[in-house]
Design a protein around this ligand. Structure first.
Ligand SMILES: Nc1ncnc2c1ncn2[C@@H]1O[C@H](COP(=O)(O)OP(=O)(O)OP(=O)(O)O)[C@@H](O)[C@H]1O
Ligand SMILES: [Mg+2]
Length: 317
């Protein structure tokens, strides 16, 4: 931590080019000590590039990045001892058990008294400590990956898409582990393309699109500042529902193939839409009226929907 600023991470005008491609385009932000900060964006937005510059793996093209008070392009050895990293698409030794894996990584950090039992407990792998890596499910593998990232008791932990590809239950179990880290006071830098993950876990979120940070703040603040409407969701709709709603001057967006979401100003609008659907005999299985979520914020700012890492613009006219 920088004693003067209280920031664990300071990023100033960071840019990264790969030849002609501008992968990260002049971004700036800070992460406070003890904060869980999420970089949220679709595939190719520049998340991994950003995180791997901050955690000293890649070099920036320009800009200044300070981690724990040190310039990340210099004296990397000193920094690396104090951080933990779960890379995107993490993998480990197939035939080595959970415990052996953690013992091995602790030796890499010359850690004689590492609390391996404590780590195994923290990621909830006690029952699996004698299992080989290859026999673990995706969620358990990710939890072992998080334990590896914690083996040196780091001050800052970088987790690059820790829940991508996991089923909802495994994802929730990883979330529990991340909330545990937050309770322990670790600074956590998370990347994700799951908006509900960022919304649930993060103290602050930076939304990144095409290398640029397009919004930043607490999840609640981002929603409040960027959306002044309600969202009507109609589930399992008839084909003609979209057209009826569109003909009333609203802009319905197709979600999950058969649901539609429509922004409305007031609950009166909901009544109007439902009446029109009733009159025309259009069918839907359920409905929900709610405040917008972070996905809505992304949609509003970019005109694109963020679905499980896929950017689509289906139905947006
Ligand atoms: N080493 C590299 N060399 C050339 N281009 C790269 C390299 N790494 C990333 N890119 C490109 O830079 C852009 C940003 O990639 P990056 O991996 O940082 O995005 P991301 O947000 O992590 O995406 P994902 O969600 O798919 O992991 C992409 O267009 C990618 O193809
Ligand atoms: Mg990535």
């Amino acid at each position: 931590m920088t004693e003067e600023t209280g920031y664990a991470i300071e990023v100033e005008n960071l840019t990264k080019r790969y030849g002609e491609l501008l992968a990260v385009d002049d971004i700036s932000f800070t992460v406070s000590t003890g904060e869980l900060f999420a970089l949220l964006g679709p595939n190719g937005a520049g998340k991994t590039t950003t995180v791997e510059i901050i955690d000293t793996i890649r070099m920036p093209t320009s800009g200044k990045v300070t981690l724990l008070g040190r310039d990340v392009t210099k004296k990397k050895h000193d920094i690396v001892r104090r951080i933990g990293v779960l890379p995107q698409g993490f993998n480990s030794f197939d035939r080595i058990t959970v415990r052996e894996t953690l013992e091995y990584y602790s030796r890499l950090f010359s850690c004689r008294n590492c609390d391996i039992d404590g780590l195994i407990e923290l990621v909830n792998l006690k029952d699996k400590s004698k299992e080989q890596y290859r026999s673990l499910s995706g969620g358990l593998k990710q939890r072992l990956g998080i334990a590896i990232a914690l083996v040196n008791d780091p001050e800052v932990v970088f987790l690059d898409e820790p829940t991508t590809g996991l089923d909802p239950r495994a994802r929730r179990e990883v979330w529990e582990v991340l909330l545990g880290l937050k309770k322990k006071g670790k600074t956590v830098f998370l990347t994700t393309h799951y908006m509900e993950e960022a919304e649930l876990l993060a103290d602050r979120v930076a939304i990144i699109s095409k290398g640029k940070i397009i919004a930043m703040g607490s999840p609640a603040g981002l929603i409040k500042n960027n959306t002044k409407y309600l969202v009507l969701t109609l589930q399992s709709v008839d084909e003609n529902v979209v057209e009826i709603i569109r003909s009333m001057g609203f802009k319905p967006v197709i979600d999950n193939h058969r649901d539609i979401k429509t922004r409305v100003e007031h609950t009166d609008d909901v009544q109007k839409i439902l009446s029109a659907l009733k009159e025309s005999g259009a069918l839907y299985r359920g409905l929900e009226v709610g405040i917008p979520n972070l996905e809505e914020v992304f949609l509003k700012l970019t005109g694109e929907a963020l679905h499980d890492g896929q950017v689509t613009s289906r139905g947006i006219k």
